[in-house]
Design a protein around this ligand. Structure first.
Ligand SMILES: [Zn+2]
Length: 309
């Protein structure tokens, strides 16, 4: 059941849902100000911002498939103009991300006016990795798979096909569709997790229901996923009109970086003494957080004070 606060919020959220009677699980992610803030903190060209927006959305839909308490990170590393993408989401809904790209190579793939470069042109070949960090003294779970697919959603689906425990369908979209060209993003994921001991119903019925659900999900257009006028509930009920959709309590999301002066100081503390000595030749050393572009400055004396005990 939805609470009052759930109903008043239509952006920056995960809306979990279920399609009965076969308990197919799904999640709809809607991002408004959160993704606009993250993408606007950087001066990315639109194709880079769009793919980072999709990667952030993908990290959120995937994180929702896991039981964890900590940070879920998605990272791509590849040989295309966009060589690195990092997006992470914490259990309490803090989201952040950044991308690294080569402007000259990006210009050469964006050279055809009126067409936007495909994801494979932007990213090239490489890997996508998923990590769960539950804090110190816990194991890091990591999944890694080759980037195969025309877009990030297909790459993630390839991952699920390989891991074979979960069948999943994913759709992602990010575009400047908000007021004054603000960025918005949306994502849908459906998953089928066979219950322990198997289904108590005819397998063919489950198979049919699953296929139908995937077709219905796929009918969501990129524009619908990011439409600010289309509420999450309306979108779900429009897509799955003839199925029994049950919606659950939403999880709110916000753009929040975890960097702090103390964390940056800790990183500097881990540097070898000769590197710190080198940095101290400058009066002021500045360190910029890649996620949120916050600049932290350390004077030569402050750096001296960071020497390991
Ligand atoms: Zn930061």
């Amino acid at each position: 059941m939805s609470s009052l606060t759930d109903q008043s919020r239509s952006d920056d959220l995960v809306q979990p849902f279920r399609l009965d009677p076969f308990a197919l699980r799904g999640r709809l992610v809607r991002l408004g100000p959160t993704v606009d803030r993250i993408l606007s903190q950087h001066d990315y060209p639109d194709p880079v911002a769009a793919i980072l927006g999709e990667a952030i959305t993908l990290a959120i839909v995937l994180a929702g498939a896991l039981k964890y308490d900590g940070i879920f990170t998605l990272q791509t590393k590849s040989d295309g103009p966009v060589r690195l993408i990092v997006a992470d989401v914490s259990t309490d809904g803090a989201v952040r991300g950044y991308a690294q790209y080569d402007p000259e190579r990006l210009d050469s793939v964006s050279a055809h006016p009126g067409t936007s470069p495909s994801v494979s042109e932007l990213i090239g070949s490489g890997y996508i990795a998923f990590t769960v960090d539950q804090g110190e003294h816990t194991e890091r779970y990591q999944g890694i798979v080759e980037l195969i697919g025309a877009n990030l959603a297909e790459c993630a689906q390839h991952y699920f096909r390989q891991s074979e425990q979960i069948q999943a369908g994913i759709k992602l979209s990010a575009a400047r569709s908000g007021d004054n060209g603000a960025w918005r993003a949306g994502g849908l994921m459906l998953q089928r997790v066979p219950p322990e001991g198997g289904y108590a119903v005819i397998a063919d019925d489950v198979e049919d229901a699953w296929r139908r659900a995937i077709v219905l999900m796929s009918s969501a257009t990129a524009a619908e996923l990011v439409d600010p006028e289309l509420s999450p509930h309306r979108l779900l009920f429009r897509l799955f009109r003839d199925e029994s959709v049950r919606v659950f309590r939403i999880h709110p999301l916000e753009a929040r970086c975890r960097c702090s002066r103390e964390r940056i100081a800790n990183i500097l503390r881990s540097f070898p003494a000769e590197d710190i000595a080198e940095l101290r030749k400058d009066e002021v050393t500045s360190v910029t957080c890649e996620f949120c572009n916050t600049r932290y400055e350390f004077t030569a004396e402050e750096l001296a004070g960071l020497a390991p005990a």
